[in-house]
Design a protein around this ligand. Structure first.
Ligand SMILES: [Zn+2]
Length: 222
């Protein structure tokens, strides 16, 4: 039988009056470094903050911007193909429908998941995390932290679509036969991906755990 590990009380860095460096993760003692303003990490020189500055406001602003960009990203054409004198503009969804009609449903599925479903899901998850932080919810904190990590990790893969359009524009230039150019939808789509990535970066997952810390504090005081 494995010995049952003893439960030790968990102290956060903030409770221990320590600040973790965002860049090199060194635990620093603010008192040893002087005043609380303009603290810098003694090892790497990065600015120290107990929590990311204005994390909630910045994340909300970026998410709202991403939601706004999401609309033209899906409504405007992402590519315009000129083939034998005929021009055809395609939005993301019309491209997906085209691939379904021509029987290439695996490609349709990849485009739908990478370009429509995942970016929208990421925005919904980040909105959900923000609301739960503001409501000071302590519900399933581990799962919510996991959800945040997945959202952050998956971000860069949404850029696949932009790469495909870029490569197509660069490669398919057959003069009078066929040319492909990027449509305005591509710019908005890139804006959605980039603003969502910044939103995920500006969100401080430690804010979720602060609710638990204050709850523990209240229990200890009573
Ligand atoms: Zn550092």
């Amino acid at each position: 039988m494995r010995p049952v590990p003893q439960k030790t009380p968990i102290i956060t860095a903030r409770q221990a009056s320590l600040i973790s460096c965002h860049s090199c993760h060194l635990l620093c003692k603010p008192t040893a470094l002087g005043s609380n303003h303009g603290l810098v990490c003694p090892r790497c020189g990065a600015k120290l903050h107990s929590r990311k500055v204005n994390s909630l406001k910045r994340t909300w602003a970026l998410i709202l911007a991403a939601f706004i960009f999401y609309i033209p990203a899906n409504l405007l054409p992402i590519t315009t193909v000129i083939s034998l004198g005929k021009a055809q503009s395609d939005t993301i969804m019309s491209g997906v429908i085209y691939f379904i009609h021509t029987g290439m449903w695996p490609i349709a599925l990849v485009i739908f998941v990478a370009s429509v479903f995942v970016p929208f899901l990421k925005l919904i998850i980040l909105t959900y995390l923000l609301i739960t932080v503001q409501r000071r919810s302590t519900w399933r904190l581990k799962d919510r932290t996991r959800l945040y990590r997945i959202t952050e990790a998956v971000g860069r893969w949404s850029m696949v679509d932009i790469y495909v359009v870029t490569i197509l524009v660069a490669l398919v230039n057959l003069g009078a036969l066929a040319t492909i150019s990027a449509g305005p939808g591509a710019i908005f789509f890139a804006a959605v991906v980039v603003t969502t990535m910044f939103a995920a970066m500006s969100f401080d997952p430690r804010l979720m755990w602060d609710a638990k810390e204050s709850l523990n504090g209240r229990i200890q005081h009573t």
